[in-house]
Design a binder for this molecule. Structure first.
Ligand code: AMP
Length: 211
């Protein structure tokens, strides 16, 4: 699942995970967990993430390798936020080959950059179950609390304006070449992420069922 920060990758990856009963693997959430628990990885990643830059491949690739190696991934999985650059894509290709999987599909959620700032500025997440809300676009039933489990919602530190600008630049520099690569090898599918979340979900399911 590829897209600019705020494109809706997390929301859509979760929908795919539930519909097709496959795990959703989000490198961003795994890294945020590592930061929360202050593991060695978390301590190293925290300042980099908070500034909006990408964490070095050496830290991220091992996480993905370990997660994909678990048996619940044998039937397939959806990656959210990985790969983010050509080196990570090459690493993933090797992993998939070793696991005997076919070629993956790359889903790009395209969005108007103007909408992104509103989405990111209003984004709130549940620290317990990972549900994602937006105070403007998709508010929880009770302001500030998760509909699923009632936890107090939090804002991601890297949703500050400065960090968001850096994340958009990182995407342009690192992830855009990856999109061109996936388009070139014929596995890229694009959806319009400016539509309502439910409509984007329907379109993604349609693409996945076709392939
Ligand atoms: P995300 O939740 O996908 O927007 O990721 C949040 C932050 O985690 C990013 O801004 C990066 O600092 C870090 N991160 C997540 N996935 C990766 C990745 N594949 N490679 C490098 N850094 C990543």
């Amino acid at each position: 699942m590829l897209g600019l920060p705020g494109a809706g990758k997390g929301t859509q990856a979760r929908a795919v995970s539930e519909e097709f009963d496959i795990p959703e693997i989000s490198t961003g959430s795994m890294l945020r967990d590592a930061v929360k628990w202050q593991t060695a990885l978390g301590v190293a990643a925290q300042p980099i993430m908070e500034s909006g830059r990408l964490v070095p491949d050496s830290l991220v690739c091992g996480l993905v390798e370990e997660r994909i190696g678990r048996t619940d991934c044998d039937r397939g999985f959806i990656l959210d936020g990985f790969p983010r650059n050509l080196e990570q894509a090459a690493f993933l290709r090797r992993l998939l080959r070793a696991k005997g999987c076919g070629m993956a599909l790359a889903l790009l959620i395209r969005v108007d950059p103007g909408l992104l700032l509103k989405r990111l500025a209003g984004r709130q997440v549940c620290p317990l179950c990972g549900s994602i809300y937006n105070v403007y676009l998709n508010p929880p039933l009770r302001a500030g609390f998760c509909d699923r489990d009632g936890s107090a919602l939090t804002q991601r530190p890297d949703d500050s304006e400065e960090a968001v600008c850096k994340r958009l630049k990182e995407f342009e520099a690192q992830t855009q070449p990856l999109i061109d690569y996936y388009r070139g090898v014929g596995v890229l599918r694009e959806v319009d992420g400016s539509a309502e979340a439910a409509e984007v979900t329907r379109e993604i399911f349609r693409i996945l069922r076709q392939s």
